[in-house]
Design a protein around this ligand. Structure first.
Ligand code: ZN
Length: 318
């Protein structure tokens, strides 16, 4: 894991993916100024890695038409790692030109999903990742590159995804030169036993190149899956404020794991996230203001913090 805890640093890295994963499936388009206000609030809450956008053709994804502008603004927030999703070399060139600190590339765990999504086989995607790494090495060696296996725990097209194939794909991505490789439960099909087992295998295979757990809460197991990943040794977690994004296949269901609830779980366990929960809950306001009428999820925002819970330190007072 490139994220190395210790000293005064947090124990885990919470990587906020709402501005990318959350926004990209909404029909609504968040105005650029609203995105900036939201980023400021997320940063003020202590988030130090935010996936701010994806570099895809604006014709396909008008929500991300302002990607370069958003990256330029996010770079002004001190100490923030500005992460951008790129599906191919062209996107990577644009993201690096805009000044992203880190690129994330999704690679499908199932052949069927890969062909349906990007019209490339998995092997062709690994080759594309290799081209991106080579471009990075020459033009921007300071930029980090991660590649996460999507639908790693189950696929809406293929159904179950063989674990051997997922582990082998992670190894191929590391061999292609990525800094780390994680696993995404893109469609919310994972269970904690499976997460513990599969991340355990990935960690045995690629060691400290193991990247993030990216869980969706579509079927209510998001937090349990993150805890299982933590127990297996994962220390980077993707989540989105208010579980923004929903799921196109399950109307009304939450999308990504809710950042506020994930931070609460860790802090209540004594696992430091570096995030101020009250400020994090307050960051829901600029998000909602920029997306009137949007579905927002989360138990902590609804129930409040338990009596005696110190939101600044994340610890219950004795
Ligand atoms: Zn996702």
């Amino acid at each position: 894991m490139r994220f190395s805890p210790g000293g005064a640093n947090p124990d885990v890295l919470i990587s906020e993916c709402g501005p990318r994963d959350g926004l990209q499936i909404l029909a609504q388009i968040m105005p650029t100024d609203a995105k900036k206000r939201w980023l400021v609030a997320l940063h003020a809450a202590g988030l130090r890695e935010i996936e701010v956008c994806s570099f895809v053709p604006a014709k396909l994804m008008p929500q991300m038409a302002d990607a370069a502008d958003v990256v330029a603004f996010a770079r002004t927030l001190p100490g923030l790692t500005v992460l951008a999703l790129v599906p191919n070399l062209r996107g990577a060139e644009a993201a690096i030109a805009a000044g992203a600190h880190k690129l994330t590339i999704p690679v499908s765990g199932s052949e069927e999903h890969s062909l349906a999504n990007v019209r490339k086989t998995r092997a062709e995607m690994v080759a594309e990742v290799r081209r991106i790494v080579e471009y990075r090495n020459v033009s921007a060696p300071h930029v980090a590159v991660e590649a996460n296996v999507s639908v790693a725990f189950g696929c809406t097209i293929a159904g179950p995804v063989p674990e051997d194939e997922v582990v082998r794909l992670c190894a191929e991505l590391v061999e292609a030169g990525v800094d780390d490789s994680g696993l995404s439960d893109t469609t919310g099909m994972a269970n904690p036993g499976q997460v513990r087992r599969l991340f355990g295998r990935v960690i045995r295979e690629i060691g400290d190149r193991t990247g993030a757990a990216h869980m969706h809460n579509t079927r209510g197991l998001g937090l349990a899956n993150n805890l299982a990943a933590y127990d297996a040794g994962v220390r980077i977690f993707d989540s989105s404020l208010g579980g923004l994004g929903g799921c196109p296949h399950a109307p009304g269901a939450s999308g990504n794991v809710v950042t506020e609830d994930l931070v609460f779980m860790f802090e209540a366990m004594g696992v430091r996230t570096g995030i101020d929960l009250e400020k994090l809950v307050a960051a829901r306001r600029p998000m909602r203001d920029g997306l009137p009428g949007v579905d927002v999820h989360g138990m902590i925002a609804e129930a409040g913090l338990p009596k005696g819970f110190n939101a600044a330190t994340g610890r219950a007072s004795p």
